[in-house]
Design a protein around this ligand. Structure first.
Ligand SMILES: *[C@@H]1O[C@H](CO)[C@@H](O)[C@H](O)[C@H]1NC(C)=O
Ligand SMILES: *[C@@H]1O[C@H](CO)[C@@H](O)[C@H](O)[C@H]1NC(C)=O
Ligand SMILES: *[C@@H]1O[C@H](CO)[C@@H](O)[C@H](O)[C@H]1NC(C)=O
Ligand SMILES: *[C@@H]1O[C@H](CO)[C@@H](O)[C@H](O)[C@H]1NC(C)=O
Ligand SMILES: *[C@@H]1O[C@H](CO)[C@@H](O)[C@H](O)[C@H]1NC(C)=O
Ligand SMILES: *[C@@H]1O[C@H](CO)[C@@H](O)[C@H](O)[C@H]1NC(C)=O
Ligand SMILES: *[C@@H]1O[C@H](CO)[C@@H](O)[C@H](O)[C@H]1NC(C)=O
Ligand SMILES: *[C@@H]1O[C@H](CO)[C@@H](O)[C@H](O)[C@H]1NC(C)=O
Ligand SMILES: *[C@@H]1O[C@H](CO)[C@@H](O)[C@H](O)[C@H]1NC(C)=O
Ligand SMILES: *[C@@H]1O[C@H](CO)[C@@H](O)[C@H](O)[C@H]1NC(C)=O
Length: 661
C-alpha cells in the first residue's frame, strides 16, 4: 500500500518535471489543407515562401497577431496569410510556434504546396489562402477536441461552463480597438476545483463578428465536450478552450480569480484542502452556489416526481390489463416478469457491487461479475442513473432485446428495475473482452491465427444477425474491441448491442445530434454529420479487422501523434503490394497468407469513404466463407484525419485522453 503511494508520488513528480521541461516547445494539434495544390516552382509557391518568412519574421516584437498579403501580377497567385498566438504566450514562444508552423506547412508532406491551409498549435495558429479572407468569419474547417475524462455533476457543470465561456467571449469581443481579442475567465466549480476558460478571435474581426464566431464555438461545446473535463473548439477565425487546470499564464491581473490562491500549485496537483473549511470559507461566491445548487435541486425534484408518476402509471396499467383480461397482454407480462431479477439477489451475487467484482466500465455503466445462488455466473451491468427511459418502456425494450439470440451475441438474461437502479443481466464469459487479450503483449499469443480468423468470422455473423436476421434490425453503433467478449473457447460474443434501443434513441437511419460511437471506429459520415446506418457498423467492423490482424490499436496511432492511422497504414502497405507486413508478429508463424490477405482486403472494402462502396455484412460473411468469391478492388479509404477538401471542409473531432492533469 505504502509502496504504491510513494511510487505514485514519484510518478507525479516525474511527470511534473517532465511537463516543466517540455513546456517551452510549441505543441502541434492539427492541420487541414486543401487538396488542390500548386506546382513546384510555380509563382504561387514562391509567394508562399515569401509569405511564410514574412509571418515568422513579424512574430517578434510582441506581435501576437499579424496579417499580410503577398501580391502578384496575376491576382490568382496572390497569397494571403496570418498568424495568431494565444493572448498570454510570450514573444519568444510565439515566434518559435509560428516558425515551427510555417516550416511544417511548407515542408511537411501533408500541406506543402496546398493552395489553402490552417494549422493549429496549443500556442498559435497560422492560416493562408490564395483568396482574401481577412475580416470575414470562418468556422470551417474546424477542430473539436475533448478530454475523455468525465466530470461529475455534468448538468450543472455544463451550465457553469456556458455562462463562464459566454463571459469570456463577450470580454474578448468587446476589447478595446487595437487590443488583442483575447480573454480568460475562471469560475469555482466546487471548493477545490476551478474552471479555466479562454476565448480568442483573430484581430481582423469586428467586435460583432468576433462575438458571432465565438457564439458558434460555444454552441458546439455540448456536441463535442458534454460532461468532459476539458475541451476546445478551434475555428480559423476564433477559438475557445476550457480545462480544470490553468493552461494559460495569468498575466493580466485585471480579473482576479474567484478561487483561493491555488494558482501557485503546479498544474494537476490539487492543493491539500481542509475539508472543514469548504462550506464556509470565502472560496465560493453565492452566484456559483446558486448555479450549482439550484439545478441539482430542480433535477432531483423532477426525478422524484418522474419516478412517482411512473410508479402510479405502471401500477394502473397492470391493473387495467388484468381487468381487460386480454390473454396476449397477460402472456407478455409473464414473459417480462420471468426476466426480472430482484435487486437483493443481484446485490448478493455481486457482493454489493464491490470493487473486487468489477469487470470494467462500458459506455452505459459499470459491469460486475456475479454468482447466483444456483452457482450460475453472470455479468451485471449497472446502467448510469440518468438513462433516458421510463420503466415501462425500458421493460418492453429489454424483452425485445432478450429475444435476440445468436451464438455470437452476448446473451441478455434479464433486468432489474428497482428503486433508482436499472440493471441488465448478461451471461458471463470467461475471457473478458478482445481488447484485453489482443492488445496485451503477453496474452495476445493466445490468439494464434486460426483463432483470429474464427473471431473475425464470428463477429461478422453476429453483426449480420443484428442487421438482417433479427426482427429488430439493430445498428450497433459502437462496435469496438472492448465490446467483443470472448468465451472459454475464444468464441467472440458481441456485447452492448441494442443499447440505443434501451436508451430510447431512434434506430432507423437518421441523424443524431449526439454521437455515441468511439473515436477511431466511427465512420466519417457518422463522426462528421451524425449519419448512421448499417454501413457505419460495417466501417467499424473494418477497423476491428485491421486491429485483429495487426494486434495494434487504431487509437494507439493517434496517441503517438503519428500522421497516419491504422487504416491509412494498411492502405499504404496494400498499395505497395506488401499487405502482409500488417500481420501481427506473434502470428507470423501460424498464419495462412491467403486468409490474411483476404481479411485485409475485406477490411479495406469496409472502410471506403462512400458508404455505398462498403459491402453489407451478408456479403462480408460470404466473402469470408467462400474463397471463390472475387472481391472488388478497394479504392483509397476514408482517411479520417486527412479528408479536408476545401469547399466544405469537415469538422474533425478528436478526443484526447492524454490528460494526466
Ligand atoms: C481543384 O482543382 C480542380 C482542377 O484542378 C478543380 O476542378 C476544382 O474545382 C478545384 N477545387 C476547388 C475547391 O477549387
Ligand atoms: C525547380 O527549380 C529548381 C532550381 O531552380 C530545379 O532544380 C528543379 O528541377 C525545379 N523543379 C521542377 C519540378 O521544375
Ligand atoms: C513584416 O512583414 C513585412 C511584409 O509583410 C516585411 O516587409 C517586414 O520586413 C516584416 N517585419 C519584420 C520585422 O521582419
Ligand atoms: C490585414 O487585415 C486588415 C483587416 O481586414 C486589412 O484591412 C489589411 O489590409 C490587412 N493587411 C494586409 C497587409 O493585408
Ligand atoms: C484559389 O485556388 C482555387 C483552387 O485551385 C481556385 O479554384 C480559385 O479560383 C483560386 N482563387 C483565386 C482568387 O484565384
Ligand atoms: C516543431 O516542434 C517540435 C517539437 O514541438 C519539433 O519536434 C519539431 O522538430 C519542430 N519542427 C520544426 C520544423 O521546427
Ligand atoms: C463593452 O464595453 C463597454 C465599455 O467598455 C460597455 O459599456 C459595454 O456594455 C460592453 N458590452 C458588452 C457586450 O459587454
Ligand atoms: C452571451 O449571452 C448573452 C445573453 O444571453 C448574449 O446576448 C450574447 O450574445 C452571448 N455571447 C456570446 C459570445 O455567445
Ligand atoms: C481544518 O482547519 C481547522 C481550523 O483551522 C482545524 O481545527 C482542523 O484541524 C483542520 N482540519 C484538517 C483536517 O486539517
Ligand atoms: C464518460 O461518460 C460517458 C457517458 O456519459 C461514457 O460513455 C464514457 O465511457 C465515460 N468516460 C470515462 C473516461 O469514464
Amino acid at each position: 500500500m505504502n509502496s504504491t503511494v510513494s511510487s505514485n508520488f514519484f510518478n507525479l513528480l516525474f511527470l511534473f518535471i517532465f511537463l516543466t521541461t517540455i513546456k517551452a516547445a510549441p505543441t502541434f494539434l492539427y492541420q487541414v489543407c486543401s487538396k488542390n495544390k500548386t506546382n513546384t516552382n510555380s509563382t504561387y509557391e514562391t509567394k508562399l515562401k515569401t509569405l511564410f518568412s514574412s509571418l515568422s519574421s513579424n512574430a517578434t516584437d510582441n506581435n501576437e497577431f499579424y496579417n499580410t498579403t503577398i501580391p502578384s501580377k496575376n491576382p490568382s497567385n496572390t497569397a494571403y496569410g496570418l498568424f495568431m498566438c494565444r493572448g498570454d504566450v510570450s514573444s519568444p514562444l510565439c515566434q518559435q510556434c509560428v516558425a515551427n508552423a510555417t516550416q511544417t506547412l511548407s515542408t511537411g508532406s501533408d500541406c506543402s504546396l496546398s493552395k489553402q491551409a490552417v494549422i493549429w498549435y496549443d500556442e498559435c495558429m497560422v492560416r493562408y489562402s490564395n483568396t482574401s479572407f481577412f475580416s470575414t468569419v470562418a468556422t470551417v474547417p474546424n477542430l473539436l477536441m475533448w478530454n475523455t475524462a468525465n466530470i461529475t455533476n455534468q448538468e450543472s457543470f455544463m451550465k457553469l461552463l456556458s455562462v463562464t465561456m459566454n463571459e469570456s467571449a463577450d470580454k474578448a469581443a468587446n476589447s478595446s480597438v487595437g487590443a488583442k481579442k483575447y480573454a480568460t475567465k475562471e469560475a469555482t466549480i466546487s471548493g477545490f476545483q476551478t474552471l479555466y476558460c479562454m476565448a480568442q478571435c483573430t484581430d481582423d474581426l469586428s467586435p460583432l463578428d468576433c462575438s458571432s464566431c465565438l457564439s458558434v464555438a460555444i454552441g458546439a461545446l455540448p456536441q463535442c465536450c458534454n460532461g468532459k473535463q476539458g475541451g476546445r473548439v478551434l475555428f480559423p477565425s476564433c477559438n475557445i478552450r476550457y480545462e480544470l487546470y490553468p493552461f494559460y499564464e495569468n498575466n493580466t491581473p485585471s480579473s482576479p480569480p474567484s478561487t483561493p490562491p491555488a494558482s501557485s500549485a503546479p498544474p494537476g496537483i490539487v492543493p491539500p484542502t481542509n475539508t472543514s473549511s469548504l462550506g464556509g470559507s470565502s472560496g465560493i461566491t453565492s452566484g456559483t452556489i446558486v448555479a450549482i445548487v439550484v439545478p441539482i435541486t430542480v433535477a432531483v425534484l423532477l426525478f422524484i416526481v418522474g419516478i412517482c408518476f411512473l410508479c402510479i402509471r405502471g401500477r394502473k396499467k397492470k391493473h387495467d390489463s388484468a381487468a381487460a383480461r386480454d390473454p396476449k397482454t397477460e402472456t407478455d407480462i409473464t414473459t417480462v416478469e420471468s426476466l426480472r431479477y430482484d435487486l437483493s439477489t443481484l446485490e448478493e451475487a455481486t457482493n454489493k457491487f464491490s470493487e473486487a467484482n468489477k469487470l470494467g466500465e462500458g459506455g452505459f455503466g459499470e459491469v460486475y461479475k456475479g454468482v447466483l445462488p444456483s452457482g450460475e455466473q453472470i455479468a451485471v451491468k449497472r446502467l448510469s442513473k440518468h438513462s433516458g427511459q421510463g420503466g415501462e418502456q425500458f421493460k418492453n425494450e429489454v424483452e425485445l432485446v432478450a429475444q435476440l439470440q445468436h451464438r455470437n451475441l452476448a446473451r441478455l438474461l434479464g433486468f432489474c428495475l428497482e428503486r433508482e437502479e436499472k440493471i441488465l443481466v448478461y451471461e458471463f464469459v470467461a475471457n473478458k473482452s478482445l481488447d484485453y487479450i489482443l492488445f496485451d503483449p503477453e496474452k495476445q499469443r493466445l490468439l494464434y491465427w486460426t483463432r483470429r480468423y474464427k473471431i473475425i468470422g464470428g463477429i461478422a455473423r453476429g453483426i449480420q444477425y443484428l442487421h438482417e436476421d433479427s426482427r429488430l434490425k439493430i445498428i450497433h453503433r459502437d462496435l469496438k474491441a472492448s465490446n467483443i467478449l470472448l468465451d472459454g473457447d475464444m468464441n467472440p460474443k458481441i456485447s452492448d448491442f441494442g443499447m440505443a434501443k434501451l436508451f430510447g434513441v431512434d434506430q432507423t437511419k437518421g441523424n443524431t445530434s449526439r454521437i455515441v460511437g468511439t473515436y477511431g471506429y466511427m465512420s466519417p459520415e457518422y463522426a462528421m454529420q451524425g449519419d448512421f446506418s448499417i454501413k457505419s457498423d460495417v466501417y467499424s467492423f473494418g477497423v476491428l479487422v485491421m486491429e485483429i490482424i495487426s494486434g495494434k490499436k487504431n487509437s494507439s496511432f493517434y496517441e503517438t501523434g503519428a500522421a497516419e492511422d491504422l487504416v491509412s497504414y494498411a492502405w499504404k502497405l496494400w498499395k505497395n503490394g506488401t499487405p502482409l507486413e500488417l500481420v501481427d508478429h506473434t502470428v507470423r508463424e501460424s498464419y495462412t497468407p491467403n486468409e490474411a490477405i483476404r481479411c485485409i482486403h475485406i477490411g479495406l472494402l469496409c472502410v471506403q469513404e462512400d458508404p455505398d462502396d462498403r459491402p453489407t455484412m451478408a456479403t462480408i460473411v460470404l466473402m469470408l466463407e467462400s474463397h471463390t468469391v472475387t472481391l472488388p478492388v478497394p479504392k483509397q479509404p476514408a482517411f479520417f484525419l486527412q479528408s479536408g477538401a476545401d469547399p466544405d471542409m469537415p469538422t474533425i473531432q478528436i478526443s484526447q485522453s492524454d490528460n494526466t492533469n
